[in-house]
Design a protein around this ligand. Structure first.
Ligand code: NAD
Ligand code: DAU
Length: 330
């Protein structure tokens, strides 16, 4: 069996490919990735049975022949950072949405199974303190150009299932952390800043809540959904990992042996979503999924150790990433 992994050189995609190669000896993988700033072939280093094709998902001439030779497509490919989408929405619209459309058309043409990796941000913001979590059928209320582009993709997938009979599933996951995450994202940014002697930057008051999941749990859930999920169904993936940004920053500071209040508060993100929270009941009851990383602090400690041990992987991105943050007041 051959799996086409679009965006497989990014954070979650690379972890997915690594897990597939480790756990499914009968599977070959083709990665299609534009190798943008967040795509790194080093994240796939040392893997057998993986072919990397450099190209864009919105390019039909690249996508169609690849889809034709594969048995299933899993789509991770997207510009994925909210802050970047606020500074320049264009690649989010042209890459994420048009790219998803082209992949769906290829899947329709060749009758190939399709899985789309989405985000809890499509549902917008919950209120801090409210006793409610996202449900699969909640209304879509995206806040940023990034989350709006992801919402658009989900709508396309659902339309292609209903109108054209494409065999597709969608998964909606909360905030991931773990190895191979780009240093622009909150946890790796904070960890690598501390390695460099820079204080954590927290947006606004830091009260915003994210529902953290280790990337390993995400990719295992994805395998269950791809193998046994119901066509047309949206599955929510999360592990009850709600923490405020301030709590996370303090934990990281403690792991470095620093004063937990050693934080710089910087300008807030425009339109900043206050809280995300996932109800994973469907995934657990229907597919029997159980997460491994239920202890956030233990997963965080392991992740910090990974960044300490893999400076060669993240260092080339660090200076330019921080320079861009400084230019935008973060
Ligand atoms: P990432 O930015 O680390 O990786 C994205 C990868 O896609 C990169 O390798 C990039 O080069 C590639 N890519 C982007 N646009 C492309 C295009 N048009 N054509 C070909 N390749 C392209 O992102 P990530 O954190 O690994 O996220 C992967 C997917 O999971 C995204 O779709 C994201 O929306 C979704 N997601 C992420 C999280 C999270 O916490 N990181 C949570 C839920 C869902
Ligand atoms: O919920 C899933 C989403 O999680 C994914 O769809 C996105 O691709 C992924 O980037 C992530 O989005 P967030 O915007 O939540 O992640 P980010 O790491 O950018 O920020 C996490 C929180 O931390 C957010 O409330 C903003 C805040 N933050 C971020 C940075 C980089 C800070 O306070 N300081 C920072 O330096």
């Amino acid at each position: 069996m051959k799996v086409l992994v679009a965006g497989g050189a990014g954070f979650i995609g690379a972890n997915f490919v690594r897990y597939l190669i480790r756990s499914r000896p009968d599977i070959d993988v083709v990665v299609l990735d534009k190798l943008g700033y967040a795509g790194n072939p080093e994240s796939l280093a040392g893997l057998d049975r993986v072919q990397l094709v450099v190209g864009r998902i919105e390019d039909r001439d690249v996508v169609f022949p690849l889809v034709e030779q594969c048995d299933i497509v899993v789509n991770f490919a997207a510009e994925s950072h909210n802050d970047r989408s606020l500074n320049d929405p264009a690649p989010f619209i042209y890459g994420n949405i048009v790219g998803c459309y082209v992949l769906l058309e290829a899947a329709r043409t060749y009758g190939i199974r399709f899985h789309h990796v989405s985000t809890d941000e499509v549902y917008g913001s919950l209120t801090i303190g409210e006793n409610r979590r996202f449900q699969p059928d909640d209304a879509y209320r995206p806040s940023s150009p990034y989350s709006a582009s992801k919402a658009a993709c989900d709508h396309l997938v659902r339309a292609w299932v209903r109108s054209f009979g494409v065999a597709a599933t969608i998964s909606v996951c909360s905030n991931n952390y773990g190895p191979y995450q780009h240093v622009e994202k909150f946890i790796p940014r904070t960890v690598t800043n501390l390695i460099d002697g820079i204080r954590p930057r927290v947006y606004g008051s830091g009260a915003q809540v994210r529902d953290w999941i280790h990337v390993q749990d995400h990719v295992q859930a994805l395998c269950e959904i791809v193998e046994r999920g119901r066509i047309g169904q949206t599955y929510l993936i999360g592990v009850d990992g709600e923490l405020s940004n301030l709590q996370v920053a303090r934990m990281i500071l403690e792991e470095f042996g620093h004063d937990p209040d050693d934080i710089d508060y910087v300008a807030d993100r425009p339109g900043h979503d206050q809280r995300y929270a996932i109800d994973n009941s469907l995934l657990v009851s229907e597919l029997g999924w159980t997460p491994l990383y239920t202890d956030f602090r233990a997963g965080l400690r392991e992740t910090i150790a990974w960044y300490r041990d893999h400076e060669d992987w993240w260092r080339p991105q660090k200076e330019a990433t921080e320079a861009a943050y400084y230019r935008h007041g973060h």
